[in-house]
Ligand binder design. Structure first.
Ligand code: AMP
Ligand code: GLY
Length: 449
């Protein structure tokens, strides 16, 4: 199969790495990819070595994930059999619709189905319509009304969460401790337009508590089949301190979410969501991500995402035994009930190496050193090893030096017979890497140790 993978983060590097192991792969194009995916390409096509007959070819393509016409033209001209779309933005922009209309199979939802992530106001009302358990909420388009609601809630002593309704790269959620903080957040979102149009509407919801679970399902429009549950570490510092980030590490599976609970959550939440979207005329094909909180009153949905999680994917895919292209194709063809989805025993964990200052302002272009050749060799290892360095924000310069190019730079995954071995493998690999300002959490997986 000829595959087009859209995206450039750690999640997409993990997808590319897993797709590269498929026996069905002929050519994998990654748009735009990153330096890590270029190394993956190097692993398949070593310089000066002709590819083995039948060996897959992997290449980055200089097309932005936002360039819908460019991606469509590329897919048409390169006989793409299946497109796999990583991030939410191109999905919310209708890339899957355009590709499907051109007769190209897609793993990733339509624009209409992607509203489950792209509009929190839609998602909340949708959950209400389909009896999917979620935090109590109100949506507001007027600042004055939202403010009055906030003040009343604070006077009643009810803790709240304020969310920009639209896409805000994981940063549009505020958990205010005081009324002053809440008022300021509302002003920043609705009046100062800090998140642009994403803040034209806000959702204010009750503050829940309990362990968080990321449960992602493969979906074919009709059926939801869950992956292993994972847990992200959103706060920047050890002990879950400091501001929220895009995710500083993850592990899977979760002791707090055994297989019976996964089955129950699928029955209560993921399958009803797939049924609801289908009933509303926008069947969901792709990875449906439920961010859940296991509260004392039962599980509640914190958010849905219309894609794989980042960094959850970097721990889920190393544990997937089955051929991922067979699963993706079954989803795109509406016959997921026939696909084999088998998981390895054991556990995986990943540690995100971030730029100094992240999630605030940070510098880019810092050279990534240490075992630089080791790093490259490491990035080309096959899956029989116990760790892998997924790249998130990296690039190479004209001299072939590896440079930082984002807030989250690398995501180091390790795996083993249990969470301890997985963490050891990940942190051992972390020790081989340095760049100026590099920081990471030392306590990934602490809830499972
Ligand atoms: P989100 O971007 O919606 O995933 O929210 C980011 C983080 O904010 C979540 O992972 C939770 O830790 C926290 N959060 C969001 N909504 C709530 C809520 N209703 N109650 C408590 N914490 C929440
Ligand atoms: N790790 C959180 C997310 O992917 O949204």
């Amino acid at each position: 199969m000829n595959i087009l993978l859209v995206g450039s983060g750690g999640r997409e590097h993990a997808l590319a790495w897993k797709i590269a192991q498929s026996k069905h792969l002929e050519r994998l194009f990654i748009a735009p990819g990153n330096a890590g995916m270029a190394l993956l390409a190097g692993a398949a096509l070593k310089p000066g070595v002709a590819p083995k007959p039948g060996a897959a070819q992997i290449a980055n393509v200089a097309l932005s994930a936002k360039d819908t016409p460019g991606l469509l033209a590329f897919a048409r001209h390169n006989a793409i059999d299946l497109a796999v779309i990583g991030p939410e933005d191109p999905l919310a922009n209708g890339l899957a619709d355009e590709l499907s209309a051109a007769g190209i199979k897609v793993f990733g939802p339509s624009r209409a189905a992607a509203r489950i992530e792209a509009s929190k106001a839609f998602a909340k009302a949708f959950m209400q319509r389909h009896n999917i358990p979620t935090a109590a909420f109100q949506s507001f388009q007027r600042h004055a009304e939202a403010l009055a609601y906030l003040r009343a809630a604070f006077h009643a002593g009810s803790p709240l969460v304020i969310k920009a309704s639209g896409l805000a790269a994981g940063k549009g959620v505020i958990l205010p401790e005081t009324l002053a903080e809440a008022e300021q957040a509302l002003e920043q979102i609705m009046l100062a337009h800090e998140f642009g149009a994403a803040g034209d509407e806000v959702v204010i919801e009750e503050r829940l508590s309990g362990p968080e679970v990321s449960l992602i399902a493969f979906c074919d429009g009709k059926l939801a089949r869950p992956m292993l549950p994972a847990q992200d570490h959103k706060r920047v510092y050890d002990g879950d301190q400091g501001p929220n980030t895009g995710g500083m590490g993850a592990y899977a599976p979760l002791p707090v979410c055994p297989p019976e609970l996964v089955t129950e959550l699928t029955r209560l939440i993921l399958q009803p969501a797939v049924d609801g979207l289908r009933a509303e005329g926008c069947p969901f094909v792709g990875a449906l991500y439920a961010g859940l909180m296991l509260t004392p009153h039962g599980p509640r949905v914190i958010e849905f995402n219309c894609r794989f999680g980042d960094p959850e994917t970097q721990v889920i895919l190393p544990l997937l035994e089955s051929d991922i292209l067979e699963i993706f194709l079954a989803c795109a063809e509406g016959r997921l009930d026939q696909a084999a989805i088998d998981w390895r025993r054991g556990a995986a964990a990943c540690v995100v190496l971030a730029s100094g200052g992240y999630p605030g302002k940070y510098a880019v272009g810092r050279e990534i050193t240490g075992e630089i050749t080791g790093l490259i060799a490491h990035s080309q290892k096959d899956s029989s090893e116990d760790s892998f360095i997924f790249h998130a924000g990296t690039k190479t310069d004209a001299d072939g030096r590896l440079l930082t190019a984002g807030g989250r730079v690398l995501c180091v995954s390790g795996w083993g017979a249990d969470i301890h071995q997985a963490l050891d493998a990940a942190y051992r690999a972390v020790q081989t890497i340095q760049f100026e300002g590099m920081h990471y959490r030392k306590d990934i997986g602490w809830r499972a140790r």
